[in-house]
Design a binder for this molecule. Structure first.
Ligand code: UGA
Length: 449
């Protein structure tokens, strides 16, 4: 890109979306000023450390150090005279389930007067209609700012890759010139750019996430029926996903979805519909299926261990998915608190996520080998690659009972059983003989004929 095409970009919010956006635009040659209100975050970034774990991010920040500024001061951002101001603040749910836009409004209030025309680019996930309200807010303040909705589709753990190789870029604008200017920032990525109105751009983001969640809840329900009927959901998903009309993605059955986006975005869309007078029945079911799915592991443990009181269970993986340290709405949190409530001694392990402030009463282990030692069961909650070789003889011998509940279908059931473990995945056939050998037969059980 010639130098004349290098822009100055301001970013509000140094969270996942803000930092990845900033680092990637810097990598594309632009000058970027990232502003956040949390002093610890800015201090960490100034000393070259991203405040969370994300593949390649640290290297990207380091490589583009000269083009990146981190600040607490909105004045520093204004002094750089950015042509684009990306809003990447979080929009958590309110008690009513709507998206809390207070941080977005704080940005609108704090925006300094800039020399010349600039464009406010909304990356935060917001309800449909937000753009219109923000545009009104900007004009009430008399600011000469265009408005573009440019939702983010990156997934944690592969965020840099997703930014640099997006399936599509969505640009919704009130004014064609503003939309064209934002679209031009993404042209070097050479991917489809969907240009539309602001309302549609806002809805694309919510609809895409809702559809992904629907696929997961769908395959989780199929998994539960597989368990009741002896089919194997991994094979079913493979066979279903090869249909080009359906595709293979987001058909991995497991302990349910979590994270910083799906739980809040599902509620936000449900409430957006409800506030507009529409009952979004399918989405309500998708959410309920997910809530129940997180708890099904408890029933599996009870099937093998009977009463859980006094038993020891190792929770392997705490992050809401592999490749991230993020614990927001992680299924591990639900599982841990249910197990603790049942009187279980919970041992918890994760290679990067630190849940000490969120799970009280569990023992945290630095190595998964320590978590499973003497345990009655090991539950794979997050699909960390290092757990692939869990079913080895030294682990079997170190456990009080060699039981693995595989909440992510990470392991091969035949291999695990051949290694002398009792094994249960999600939606995979379970033999009635697969319960642990030491489960005593009731004295009055009828004799097999
Ligand atoms: C998700 C979307 O994938 C991104 O496109 C979107 O930008 C982002 O939300 C957002 O709105 O900001 P993310 O939450 O980082 O990204 O993670 P995903 O990889 O989508 O996984 C979400 C949850 O679904 C995880 O708990 C994961 O374990 C679960 N999942 C995913 C399954 O249970 N099965 C699957 O087949 C896929």
């Amino acid at each position: 890109m010639p130098d004349s095409e290098h822009r100055t970009i301001g970013i509000f919010g140094a969270g996942w979306v803000g930092l990845v956006t900033g680092a990637c635009f810097a990598e594309l040659g632009h000058r970027v000023v990232v502003r956040d209100v949390v002093p610890g975050k800015i201090a960490a970034l100034e000393s070259g450390k991203p405040p969370f774990h994300e593949a390649e991010l640290a290297e990207l920040l380091e490589r583009n150090r000269q083009r990146l500024t981190f600040t607490l001061d909105v004045g520093v951002l204004a002094a750089a005279a950015p042509e684009f101001i990306f809003v990447c603040v979080d929009t958590p749910p309110t008690y009513a389930g709507d998206a809390d836009l207070s941080r977005v409004w704080t940005v609108v209030e704090e925006l300094p007067r800039l020399d010349g025309h600039a464009t406010l680019v909304m990356k935060s996930t917001v309800p449909v209609g937000t753009g219109e309200k923000v545009r009104d807010g900007l004009s009430t303040r008399g600011l000469d700012l265009g408005y573009v909705s440019n939702p983010e589709f990156l997934a944690e753990g592969r965020a840099i890759h997703d930014f640099m190789h997006p399936d599509r870029v969505v640009v919704g604008a009130f004014d064609d010139a503003d939309g064209a200017a934002v679209a031009a920032l993404y042209e070097p990525l050479d991917q489809p750019i969907v240009r539309c109105d602001v309302h549609s751009a806002e809805m694309i983001k919510l609809a895409a996430n809702a559809f992904l969640m629907t696929r997961i809840s769908f395959i989780n329900e199929i998994a539960n029926v597989c368990e009741a009927t002896g089919a194997d959901v991994v094979k079913v998903a493979e066979g279903v996903g090869l249909d080009h009309r359906l595709g293979p993605h987001f058909l991995r059955a497991g302990v349910g979805w979590g994270g910083s986006c799906f739980p809040k975005d599902s509620l936000a869309l449900k409430q957006l519909a409800a506030n507009s007078g529409y009952h979004f029945q399918l989405l309500s079911a998708v959410i309920e299926v997910n809530d129940l799915q997180k708890r099904r592991v408890i029933g599996k443990l009870q099937r093998h261990l009977g009463s859980l009181r006094g038993k020891t269970v190792a929770l392997l993986g705490l992050a809401f998915k592999a490749g991230t340290s993020d614990l927001r709405e992680a299924p591990s949190l639900v599982l841990a608190s249910r197990l603790l409530a049942e009187g279980v001694e919970v041992r918890a392990w994760d290679p990067v996520a630190d849940a000490r402030q969120l799970i009280h009463g569990a023992t945290f282990c630095d190595a998964y080998e320590d978590a499973v030692r003497g345990a009655d069961a090991a539950v794979i909650v997050t699909e960390w690659p290092e757990l692939r070789d869990l079913a080895k003889p030294e682990i079997r011998d170190s456990m009080r009972r060699p039981l693995i509940i595989d909440g992510r279908n990470l392991l091969d059931p035949d291999d695990v059983r051949a290694a002398g473990f009792a094994y249960e995945g999600i939606g995979r056939p379970t033999s009635p003989l697969d319960v642990l050998p030491e489960t005593p037969e009731p004295a009055d059980a009828p004799k097999p004929v």
